[in-house]
Unconditional design. Structure first.
Length: 683
């Protein structure tokens, strides 16, 4: 038996407790009913990009081992909105989750399994004992080894039961759009309804114009291109948001280039996978590049180019491999997942990670990319193929300053203002950020609204006190102020840079994921906002009020259990065991690393900073009653022999395991003097 399934102290899995179950046909589940199956608990929250990555990593395993493996999603919310059962049900449908989900709003099961971060995976064997605790993403290869080992062990013991699992598919949403992500205005002559196109529109089923009438005269007023994210395609709509002019993509999840639109009886074969952001290139750039629109094809980890002339889709950036580790040896140092500036690879050899939005920067003469999966901002020059990281070192959080030192947290929306600055909806910090780009192309990062990873709310007023909740979209208003799609507050907010204040333009929206200014609605009339209402599967027109609302529903923080620790010395251990068939890559020294800081900074007297190893002695202040320890652990392992003396082949596949923890601690004299975390801990 391999070391990955050896156990010394068998720990019985705790019962699954929560408010409700989804994807079970209304039935409640317990571990006794799952006895005989390998159970994989996935502790997740639907705001978290790493959690979404894990959902996609697990799909092939769930399909391959459907008769013995039962995945149970344990939804443990970070934001207040995520505790809404209606919002959770929508997220389960949106992300095509085909396994049971336990709604755990009070974090009861989270606490029972001592989960400390999203995502966390716990493997339970067919006899009901915990086998492994896995934090972060990138564990699919290890699970692909562990699961067959457990199958062999428990078939031999007679404790494995094959057969169908408890998943029951819910009723799916019908309609033209399904969880649309972003939208783009196509002026007359650029869209399919340009002069001489001959396109005849059809009326969308279930579409709505939000109660504001608008002519669908796209021949004179342009059209709207929408990422129909849940249908894995793009839809071009008329100005009434009901007339479908053209669709792009086959509507099947996947990746394929080629014909994307049904033109001249040619059926579309191009495929997308949850497309998100869109940008229309300047005409002179598009003419040379051979495509008009750049699409952030998020789950494919690629940028796609779409020609509006012939309806073809082409991959322009990305090799389809999620960006986890820089190219080259599997080294773990400050540059391994950090700022590297210009990337040397061909654009089709570059790894991306969940690109979420794109915008054209006139100052950089490039497409700017919100790389949500690595918490960074990239750029791409269509005419040269150059790809670069222009801001963010890959660490998750909120830190301003020079681009290479800045921290972001799942940037999800972009807009350029008249001065060439790029505004960023930084979703996981509930923040509005700004990239200030000087004439030489040097980037500095500033924060206009927001405090950090665990601070959110619904509060207007001075920007320093204002709060957002997981914003996904941003646009520049005609007066130079910034409109924000404040997604989890169901609102459109306004930031006035001159006054330094935040106000509310509209409320009562259903997870608005994008906001755009419509300057062409009617000649001589005031411009309107176009809002993508993701959870109502529609676009709506929203007037810009002459007087904004002032809302104060308070500021909140994510509340998770505090770990009681004693002041003074604290011994930190991060457990990591390489999967069978991999070994730690020590060719260039210790391949593990800890990076530690605290909030407030005074909490940590000693032991902070970055150094190799997964053991660290920290010293905590006796004068600080509570705070947060920020701990990032990394380990690099490569495919190779398991014996200690065996060498890793030169061209072995390598894997980076990484997790960021924000551990709330309560200092008390009788608190713990040890803190143990699992990066990949085997029980």
């Amino acid at each position: 038996m391999s070391e990955t399934v050896r156990t010394q102290h068998r720990v019985r899995a705790s019962e699954l407790v929560g408010r409700n179950w989804l994807n079970t046909g209304g039935k409640s589940l317990d571990l006794e009913a799952l006895r005989g199956k390998i159970v994989l608990l996935d502790f997740w929250t639907f705001c978290c990009i790493n959690c979404l990555h894990v959902l996609d990593e697990l799909r092939p395993l769930e399909e391959q081992y459907s008769d013995v493996l039962v995945t149970v999603g344990v939804h443990s919310p970070k934001f207040e909105h995520e505790a809404d059962p209606v919002a959770l049900a929508a997220a389960v449908e949106r992300y095509e989750i085909h396994h049971p989900v336990l709604d755990d709003p009070e974090l009861e099961t989270w606490k029972a399994y001592t989960a400390r971060a999203w995502p966390t995976l716990v493997v339970i064997d067919p006899e009901g004992y915990i086998v492994a605790h896995l934090s972060g993403e990138g564990h699919a290869d290890g699970l692909a080894v562990l699961i067959p080992e457990l199958i062999a062990e428990h078939e031999a013991k007679g404790t494995l039961h094959r057969g169908s699992g408890p998943y029951v598919a819910p009723e799916a949403t019908s309609g033209t759009l399904r969880f649309p992500g972003k939208a783009l205005f196509l002026p007359t002559g650029r869209g399919s309804a340009g002069p001489g196109s001959g396109v005849q529109g059809s009326v969308a089923q279930g579409a709505s114009d939000g109660g504001t009438s608008a002519a669908a005269d796209t021949a004179t007023g342009g059209s709207w291109l929408v990422t129909d994210t849940g249908h894995h395609r793009l839809v071009e709509l008329g100005n009434d948001f009901q007339t479908v002019l053209r669709t792009y993509g086959s509507g099947t999840r996947g990746h394929a280039d080629g014909p994307a639109a049904a033109v001249d009886s040619v059926e579309p074969t191009a495929r997308f996978n949850e497309p998100q952001g869109l940008v229309l290139l300047p005409q002179e750039v598009a003419a040379k590049a051979g495509y008009d629109v750049v699409i952030a094809d998020s789950v494919n980890h690629r940028l796609r180019g779409l020609s509006l002339t012939d309806g073809t889709a082409t991959t322009i950036v990305g090799n389809g491999v999620q960006r986890l580790l820089e190219t080259g040896p599997a080294r773990v140092d400050e540059d391994a997942a950090g700022f590297t500036g210009q990337l040397s690879e061909h654009p089709l050899e570059v790894s991306l990670s969940s690109p979420w939005d794109v915008v054209w920067s006139a100052k950089l003469n490039a497409v700017v990319i919100a790389m949500a999966g690595t918490h960074q901002i990239f750029s791409f020059e269509p005419l040269t193929g150059a790809v670069a990281i222009i801001a963010g070192n890959g660490l998750e959080g909120l830190l301003d300053g020079p681009a290479h030192e800045a921290w972001f947290a799942q940037p999800s929306g972009l807009a350029e203002d008249a001065d060439g600055n790029i505004w960023v909806a930084d979703s996981e910090t509930s923040a509005l950020r700004k990239l200030v780009i000087d004439d030489g192309g040097t980037v500095t990062v500033e924060t206009a609204v927001g405090k950090g990873l665990f601070d959110f709310g619904f509060r207007d007023g001075p920007a320093s006190e204002a709060r957002l909740q997981h914003p996904l979209g941003v646009t520049v208003l005609p007066d130079g102020s910034i409109a924000i799609a404040d997604t989890y507050n169901g609102a459109v907010r306004r930031y006035d840079p001159a006054a330094g204040t935040v106000s509310t333009l509209a409320r009562g929206l259903s997870e608005p994921s994008d906001v755009i200014v419509d300057h062409t609605h009617a000649a001589g009339s005031e411009p309107l906002l176009v809002v993508v209402e993701a959870n109502k599967h529609q676009l709506v027109y929203v007037p810009i009020p002459k007087e904004a609302q002032q809302v104060d529903e308070g500021a909140s923080q994510t509340h998770r259990p505090k770990s009681p620790v004693a002041p003074g010395l604290l011994e930190l251990t991060v457990r990591f065991t390489a999967p069978t068939g991999q070994k730690l890559d020590d060719r260039w020294g210790d391949p593990t690393q800890l990076k530690i800081s605290s909030t407030p900074p005074e909490l940590l007297v000693a032991g902070g900073g970055t150094s190799v190893g997964l053991l660290r002695t920290l010293e905590l202040s006796s004068g600080i009653p509570e705070g947060i320890l920020h701990i990032t652990a990394r380990a690099a392992a490569c495919d190779g022999p398991e014996d200690a003396d065996g060498e890793i082949p030169d061209h072995a596949a390598c894997h980076l395991y990484q997790q960021d923890w924000g551990i709330p601690v309560l200092l008390t004299d009788d608190g713990d003097t040890e803190l143990v975390l699992d990066l990949r801990g085997m029980d």
